[in-house]
Design a protein around this ligand. Structure first.
Ligand code: UTP
Length: 374
């Protein structure tokens, strides 16, 4: 990105982020989650419906792998991190896919960014695409956003090189269309897109029961959800906001809402989201025309100072701009949160140690091996 382009983009993102920040009174309501007992009761029906759609080529996969993985602090794309012995996160995900659909092959889109595109492609090639048909793998780059200091001045990461970062995971479909892959969806008659993050090593991908549930329940989007451990757990929860599907952070709920329970004593705002979604592609197509909110986030941004030295700040020194996947839901007429068993399907790798870390993910992978014997 040239300095001129960065300046223009910065103006655009600044304006959009101001708009997104405008105070509006939000009317929040709980949304019914497809709870485990009901999901299990109908599992056979859902699985059959989902498998049928998969065999008819109605599903495509989209891996969100454009993030910087800063919290992990690994020098390379997060998917290449050796999480299970020598096995990378990418390989784990590929194994998970095989567990669910065996040798069935679906179009597989992989979103990267300017920062990790080459390394990601090279890794897939080196690993022989984990046995997947390379003809069906479509890499594309997401958009980059310029970063600025707290006064709104562009930061530079090199001489005349503006500091940029991937612009969040919410622009995935616009970037896919810009890359020309709308044609692939059209030609193949793809109706559903399973969009998932790179860092949940227990993610079930192309899960037939999940797809069957969204079809059978006649919804246009769905997410795999884990029950909140307690009202204050720091996880986005599914709700309806001003009449539209939405995901709110726990701090957006007031205390009484966060603690609200139904007649069985269960939290009404119970569905914590994982980054594993199903979207109807015909509605995704309409979202490309929509203006998505832009979030201005305080971050530590490496930059060069007046003497040309690269400074890596230890405290936030400016803003990055992000568009979030959770903001795309407002364009869908309805939404189905599907409860899954946390220990079986949720092992996010965000940090090296502690909560949602390499350590916890390894434990959960081991537990799966102990239970399943593989
Ligand atoms: P996160 O926000 O958890 O991941 O994104 P991150 O940005 O890589 O990590 P940190 O915050 O810097 O530590 C969740 C998913 O969205 C993808 C990530 O790769 C991950 O799969 N993502 C995130 C993108 O594809 N692009 C982005 O710009 C941001």
């Amino acid at each position: 990105m040239t300095t001129e382009e960065a300046k223009e983009k910065l103006r655009e993102y600044m304006a959009l982020s101001q708009e997104s920040k405008k105070e509006v009174r939000n009317d929040l309501r709980p949304v019914k989650t497809l709870r485990l007992p009901e999901y299990e009761k109908n599992r056979d029906i859902y699985t059959k419906a989902g498998l049928d759609a998969i065999k008819r080529g109605k599903l495509a996969l989209l891996l969100l792998a454009g993030g910087m993985g800063t919290r992990l602090g690994f020098d390379g794309p997060k998917g290449t991190y050796p999480i299970d012995g020598d096995k990378s996160i990418f390989e784990c995900l590929s194994d998970n896919l095989r567990r669910d659909i065996g040798d069935i092959r679906l179009p597989f889109f992989i979103m990267t960014s300017d920062k990790n595109d080459e390394a990601t492609r090279a890794f897939f090639k080196e690993k022989n695409y984990f046995g997947y048909d390379p003809e069906l793998i479509y890499f594309f780059r997401q958009e980059m956003a310029p970063a600025c200091d707290f006064d709104g001045n562009l930061l530079f990461e090199g001489e005349d090189v503006p500091a940029t970062s991937p612009n969040g995971n919410g622009g995935f479909f616009t970037s896919l269309i810009k890359a020309g892959y709308g044609e692939v969806l059209k030609e193949r008659g793809v109706k559903w897109m399973n969009v998932f993050g790179v860092d949940n090593v227990l993610a079930r991908i192309a899960d037939p029961a999940f797809l069957g549930a969204v079809i059978a329940e006649k919804k246009s989007a769905a997410v795999k959800a884990v029950l909140k451990k307690d009202p204050a757990e720091n996880v986005g929860v599914v709700c309806e906001k001003n009449g539209h599907p939405s995901i709110v952070e726990y701090f957006e709920l007031d205390e009484s809402q966060a603690n609200q329970r139904d007649e069985n004593g269960e939290l009404l705002y119970c569905a914590g989201v994982t980054v594993n979604y199903l979207f109807d592609t015909s509605i995704l197509l309409r979202t490309v025309e929509q203006k998505m909110p832009v979030h201005k986030v305080k971050k530590k941004i490496p930059y060069i100072d007046q003497n040309g030295n690269l400074i890596k700040p230890s405290e936030p020194n400016g803003y990055k701009f992000e568009i979030l996947i959770t903001d795309i839901l407002q364009f869908f007429p309805d939404f189905l949160p599907v409860e899954v068993v946390r220990e079986k399907e949720f092992a996010p790798v965000k940090n090296l140690h502690g909560v949602d870390s390499v350590d916890t993910a390894r434990e959960l992978l081991k537990a799966r091996r102990d239970t399943d014997g593989d």
